[in-house]
Ligand binder design. Structure first.
Ligand SMILES: [Zn+2]
Length: 273
């Protein structure tokens, strides 16, 4: 009987432990993996960071939180709030160190910096729609954190690049650009569910894939997409094709990775090229 019970517990916990966790990069735009100090024999605690639920997963017999750190995270002390099944709440502190991202200063015609009123209205509406996908937090655990590169091509290292147009600061570059010709297939880097696919002012044709518990990827500027909201995708399935839609200067894939709503450096999840 005891053996049977043990076997049952192993069967329940083993699939959760298969995903190798991402490495800790405790910098703005990075990831921190925290041991919550709760053994996996106990129910999974919940963890929150900046009032958002974060991914909690079993690893080496204890529950770990995998926390995405937005580019706007200030260096210094931060904390996640942990609540256990017994309704015990405590905080766990961690340190974020600074990372200097490069700056890019561009001079463009004034009309290209300030949007026309109707474009502004469109962008504002779209931002809510985009946020909805980026913030999704579904119940399934990610099958893996090791992503396959979605298109073959040279990767830029421009994640986090701070951009200024005519001296006005813009949002930093929140993803990785991969250069590829228009029409190059974009393949799902891991299993997931498509949460949205549509055309957006800045991002052009865009697909969002939810891999579970706030682990989300996005694909922008596509010439065409081959999936729609609700589609289940497996690793290697065709999501769409590389293009130059939206505000771009040439064809490439903008690849974004989110954890708990924060854009983090996709390079953390990809094997070295
Ligand atoms: Zn980009």
């Amino acid at each position: 009987m005891k053996n049977l019970l043990l076997a049952t517990i192993l069967a329940l916990t083993a699939p959760l432990a298969l995903a190798a966790l991402p490495p800790t990069r405790a910098v703005p735009g990075g990831v921190v993996v925290l041991d919550l100090g709760v053994p996996t024999e106990q129910p999974a605690p919940s963890a929150r960071f900046n009032d958002r639920q974060v991914l909690v997963i079993a690893d080496n017999n204890s529950w770990k939180a995998v926390v995405g750190l937005a580019l706007a995270t200030t260096p210094g002390k931060h904390a996640v709030t942990i609540s256990t099944a017994g309704n015990d709440t405590r905080t766990l502190q961690f340190q974020v160190t600074d990372k200097k991202y490069r700056e890019q200063r561009l001079k463009v015609k004034p009309g290209q910096v300030d949007l026309a009123a109707e474009d502004n209205a469109r962008v504002e509406k779209e931002q809510l729609r985009i946020r909805k996908s980026l913030d999704s937090f579904s119940n399934n655990l990610p099958a893996t954190f090791m992503l396959k590169q979605p298109v073959q091509g040279p990767r830029s290292s421009s994640f986090g690049l701070r951009r200024f147009f005519n001296g006005q600061s813009r949002n930093p570059h929140s993803g990785m650009d991969i250069a590829a010709a228009t029409g190059t297939p974009i393949l799902a880097p891991a299993d997931g569910v498509v949460t949205d696919a549509g055309n957006f002012f800045f991002n052009g044709n865009t697909v969002f894939v939810d891999h579970g518990r706030g682990f989300v990827t996005m694909y922008c500027h596509l010439s065409a997409f081959n999936v729609q909201a609700g589609d289940k995708v497996n690793t290697g399935d065709l999501l769409g094709k590389v293009g130059a839609t939206g505000r771009v200067t040439g064809p490439h894939l903008h690849f974004g990775v989110m954890l708990n709503g924060a854009s983090i450096d996709p390079a953390i999840f990809l094997a070295q090229p």
